[in-house]
Write a new protein. Sequence first.
Lengths: 470, 470
Amino acid sequence: MGLSDIVAGPRNEEGISAAVGVLKQRYGDRLNTGQSMREQHTHTTTYIPGQLPDAVVFPENAGEVKDIVRICADHKVPIIPFGAGTSLEGHLNAPNGGISIDTAHMNRVLKVNQEDLDCVVEPGITREDLNVYLRDTGLFFPIDPGANASIGGMASTRASGTNAVRYGTMKDNVLSMTVITAVGNEITTGTRARKSSAGYDLTRLFVGSEGTLGVITSLTLRLFGIPQSITSGVCPFSSVDDAVNAVIMTIQMGIPVARIELLDAMMMKATNDYAGLDYPETPALFIEFHGTENYAAEQAELFGEIAAEFGGGDFIWASDQEERNKLWKARHDAYWAVLKLRPGAEAIATDVCVPISRLGECISETQKDAAEAGLLAPVVGHVGDGNFHSSLMINRNDPKEVASAEAFIARLNQRALSMEGTCTGEHGIGQGKKTALVNEMGGTLEPMRQIKRALDPDNIMNPGKIFSLS
Amino acid sequence: MGLSDIVAGPRNEEGISAAVGVLKQRYGDRLNTGQSMREQHTHTTTYIPGQLPDAVVFPENAGEVKDIVRICADHKVPIIPFGAGTSLEGHLNAPNGGISIDTAHMNRVLKVNQEDLDCVVEPGITREDLNVYLRDTGLFFPIDPGANASIGGMASTRASGTNAVRYGTMKDNVLSMTVITAVGNEITTGTRARKSSAGYDLTRLFVGSEGTLGVITSLTLRLFGIPQSITSGVCPFSSVDDAVNAVIMTIQMGIPVARIELLDAMMMKATNDYAGLDYPETPALFIEFHGTENYAAEQAELFGEIAAEFGGGDFIWASDQEERNKLWKARHDAYWAVLKLRPGAEAIATDVCVPISRLGECISETQKDAAEAGLLAPVVGHVGDGNFHSSLMINRNDPKEVASAEAFIARLNQRALSMEGTCTGEHGIGQGKKTALVNEMGGTLEPMRQIKRALDPDNIMNPGKIFSLS
């Protein structure tokens, strides 16, 4: 967590003022310096205090992004690319001031190649809007981090979510990107070919680079056919361990679950309270199968047998869309449900990911640790990938609680590391996990820094994120 | 192709002689300067003339690799990492001389984590040896480029092959690596977690970097459960277009074929002749399904319906292992079968990959082009990915044939590019496709060069491959 690390850096006042002047002249009303607009562009769902940019600009196309980047580069002014503002680790803060480039107006679908199962989009489109657009084609974009994030933002944090166990993460589903580099050149990282061995994999380098290497102006995405049949279910277990063991066996047997999500007892209670549901308030798995009707049924049956072996209770199944939507809405609303557990408190998300053989142990130790520390920390997890979130409900104004939460998170990240896992499965580093990344990566940070220095010599692209340069 | 581009560069004689001296002292018989050993380390299946390293060294472990890299770095001497020598584009040549680091002795499986479906291996192990080792665990490593390549080499060229349509390529199946960087530091690019958002994706940067950024000393790989049921089949079609249209519909319908390979009529003839088989000598698809028995059967039936729609002939099915092995051996022996088509000729592999909607057109135009140019160029393709190989059978000693082949390949790469594809789906750039990469990537090469310069300031890691630095 390290909130104490989040300090403002030096500001290039002269450059900022010059760049804002030029941008104002060129972009008029699309350059906004109002306090509330600037606040909105740092802080939405993150627990990290905002550090405001000096202005927010709304380009309409790649050419304008290039123009804006060149102006900022000329004056050595920081650039913070902005999508939908749903990131969780202070990715959008401007510790050295600078210009927030909001891609909200760049939200078009440029092309759908139905035969090739791909499409080209601008970065500002949200995943929900994209899927609404695609509905008539019989195709969908599967990555679903819960929040209605922008595709550009999802690429930048290497997002994943509930479908990743079957469809992979953003790294697996971006075929190519166009990017404006820190020196204002437009590059295209790949083609529409499904695979390639054509030089360094810049697509994968930009995916997950959190805006520190350039501004994305378009993305070519893989799409999938909407499955013929989708079956979802909720299955209660008497312990987290039993639920996780059922997951491990499911994965080992190669059953291609599309989603397999764990909610612990506290989270199930929160979900019931929030959504007026009456699920058993024990640990539960939310599961989904995609396929032909026979296949989805066969897989569900196989999973039922596995669940029974680990004492799983009665399944609540749903195959019609309305029921399924209700079920997954309950899961997706976990964040809001958690906030209701302790009114007035703020939620701090954690994001460790470990090999699944260590997952039960990692969750149990984490629950025990939270109880001992007197912290309210319900758990949801993308357990098929070994990734889970403990959401800490704290009162930010109580320094003792803050210190206790910081210590808990440090222990959690260390626990994941000791189990050969990572401090972040899908949220990214931003400002909030920089210390954790140093612990995790050690000397491997040096090549990352060398790449950053080589591609962004003046450190204008989202400075202060992922790692410190000095 | 550009054989004329493959010229020797400047040699640092003093440094090379000093480094060889130190290495000889330390590694004794494991440092070899014999002519035939040096020749073996540049040229096996490639058409590109050899440029010999000055010595070949056989380290036993990562510590020795580090030591060797440091000695070479101290003397600014080139390093060429060597696996099994099955690369196709001059990846192993030493245009500036230097030391070939052969990882043959580093061929151990360091750990199998059965519950997590992963393993840790040294780079020198071949894919076949790995799968023999894994057999008792019920797991397998799916990437299969045909040749019995080393895992380190496969990572370095971002290899894929027949299974990629279902299991992905090396980029999807390497979770982490340890690498000795150009300055002799050991770094670890990731953890055993299935997914991560922990900083820049160095794993994916090193995968496909062809030894130009460091020497791999271990890899953590994803494994898969050996499917309960495997069904393979061969289906003849009356034209390449029909076969490809059947493939397009199969992919669009989301039928999870494990393999779907095209052989054109000339290649089927070559295969029959080589292996004494009697398949119809028309274009054919080789297909494989993995899953539960019911599922594999259901998929095979669905595919049968699709094939019939496009005039596919009678299937020849095989589900017992011996029959399947025979079928796939025929496919895998395509390279050798081709050589028999024109005794004494050499095969030059091509490797374009296009969006599948353009595949039929791309193959047909390529066949027509070859016929018009009087070139013998049978086709095999990993058609589920849009990737195919035209193997040119030429007499290297005939300058007219060489020129004709070079022109043909340039047209082929340009054709793929005009169809939004790439010049290389899986073989990599090496020396042979550097000009094609310039045409394909243009300004995107500049960030690649910047990364190379940042991570390897003295340009000692496999110099002269992928792109020129000046």
